[in-house]
Design a protein around this ligand. Structure first.
Ligand code: CAA
Length: 393
């Protein structure tokens, strides 16, 4: 059987960055609660003319600059920040990228797990037809009620992955551990723009899922824990990765202390600490952070733990292809994060209060962000996007 996996991977995030020390001051809490307790320094705040489509297209554009659009037969966009109850956001991205009409474009949803489901479904399509490449997009904006405990865990980012046979970056290993349970830790009814969340319950269910996916992974003949050179976790906030990894090590009777956890995880948290939670994209932002900051992992396995509230979890391995480092976009990734414009708390509140019309009345949006694509207007209940060729690539 031919190997299937990630052939290319790219990151985009939003225009603004809110400092969590400032948010802590406004919330009247010690900044250490957010910077140490949650492990977050800043969070991305998208501009008013950015959304999941513009971020996903900005990530994918970098991939399309290097690969033949004609090879892509499927676009899978995973999100829990849907912009429409029916039409797939993937169609807007397919159009903005100028992909052929002989493409299937679909949206997938299961909280923060959706990106992982897209990756595995993509592998199935490539298995069926090895000439088939799939563009997997994970794009989300995490937004909680103002003043709530969750507000410190907001953020936004998109990751684009090209999935193919004989990949240049990472091979998807064959065994997965799976776990699904019908629980109410975090969900967003159709009539709400922010989620319902039981934060403490969500943390404990995530940790329970870590144990359960590992059990299933082991039962299905997965690797031993010692075989993994590194681990990436879904990161609603970076300290959650530490809690999850500590639980996995405890299950194996391995002693944990902060130094050990830091050694195992610090490289996976560099980007997430700055962009905040990006839901479906978060695990893959962690992977990019690891690959951009760790020693050469060629030929080694990386353990990937995906958790989506509600809940579905999966544990699987990625085997790093020798020479993968030549394919990384380290400087583009770092600059996507570094060039965000620091935002005052007042401006952040203005953006939070900004709303698109919900009655179909027209609104042309002022230029706010500086990405390669923007939401230009809404009219007649439709979103209209445009490419901004003169702004940054
Ligand atoms: N200095 C250093 N640390 C401090 C501190 C200080 N001054 N003050 C508090 N802390 C520590 C606390 O001890 C705590 O650490 P531990 O968890 O290790 O004990 C940490 O800071 C956070 O403090 P609290 O637990 O009191 O925080 P909280 O209850 O106000 O909020 C939260 C935390 C529940 C995670 C909240 O941010 C939240 O609801 N977030 C949204 C839900 C979420 O992210 N859930 C994660 C699992 S679900 C998932 O992963 C899916 C998803 O993406 C949503």
């Amino acid at each position: 059987m031919f190997p299937i996996g990630i052939h290319d991977i790219a990151l985009a995030t939003g225009h603004y960055a809110l400092d969590l020390e400032e948010l802590a001051e406004r919330h009247g809490v010690d900044p250490g609660k957010y910077t140490v307790g949650l492990g977050q320094s800043t969070q991305t705040v998208p501009a008013t003319d950015e959304d999941i489509v513009t971020m996903a297209a900005a990530a994918a554009k970098q991939i399309m600059a290097e690969h033949d659009a004609g090879d892509i037969r499927t676009v899978l966009l995973a999100t829990e920040t849907g912009i429409d109850q029916s039409k797939a956001a993937a169609i807007y991205v397919q159009d903005l990228l100028g992909l052929p009409s002989s493409t299937r474009a679909v949206e997938l949803k299961q909280a923060c797990y959706g990106g992982t489901s897209a990756l595995h479904f993509a592998a199935g399509l490539v298995h069926r037809d090895p000439g088939h490449k799939v563009l997997v997009l994970a794009s989300d904006i995490a937004k909680y009620d103002l003043g709530s405990a969750g507000e410190a865990t907001q953020g936004a980012a998109a990751v684009a992955m090209l999935v193919s046979a004989d990949p240049a970056v990472a091979v998807l290993e064959p065994v997965s551990g799976l776990y699904t349970a019908n629980v109410q830790d975090f969900w967003r009814p159709n009539y709400r723009s922010t989620p319902m969340v039981d934060g403490k319950l969500s943390v404990s269910l995530y940790l329970e899922a870590v144990e359960q996916v590992w059990k299933d992974y082991e039962a299905r003949g997965g690797r031993a824990i010692q075989d993994f050179a590194a681990f990436c976790y879904h990161q609603p906030f970076t300290r959650m990765a530490y809690k999850a990894h500590a639980r996995l090590l405890e299950v194996h009777g391995i002693d944990t202390d902060n130094a050990r956890l830091d050694a195992d995880l610090a490289a996976t948290t560099v980007y997430n600490r700055l962009v905040g939670n990006s839901y479906t994209a978060s695990l893959y932002v962690g992977l990019m952070s690891l690959l951009d900051h760790a020693e050469d992992l060629s030929g080694r396995s990386v353990g990937m733990l995906s958790y989506g509230s509600g809940c579905v979890a999966e544990f699987f391995g990625l085997s790093m292809v020798p020479g993968y480092r030549r394919r990384l976009r380290t400087s583009a990734n770092q600059s996507a994060i570094a060039r965000r414009e620091p935002i005052s708390y007042e401006r952040y509140r203005e953006i939070r209060e900004f709303e698109l019309p919900e009655d179909g009345s027209p609104k042309v949006l002022a230029v706010d962000g500086a990405g390669p694509f923007r939401l230009r207007a809404v009219a007649e209940h439709s979103r209209m996007y445009e490419a901004c060729h003169l702004i940054q690539a």
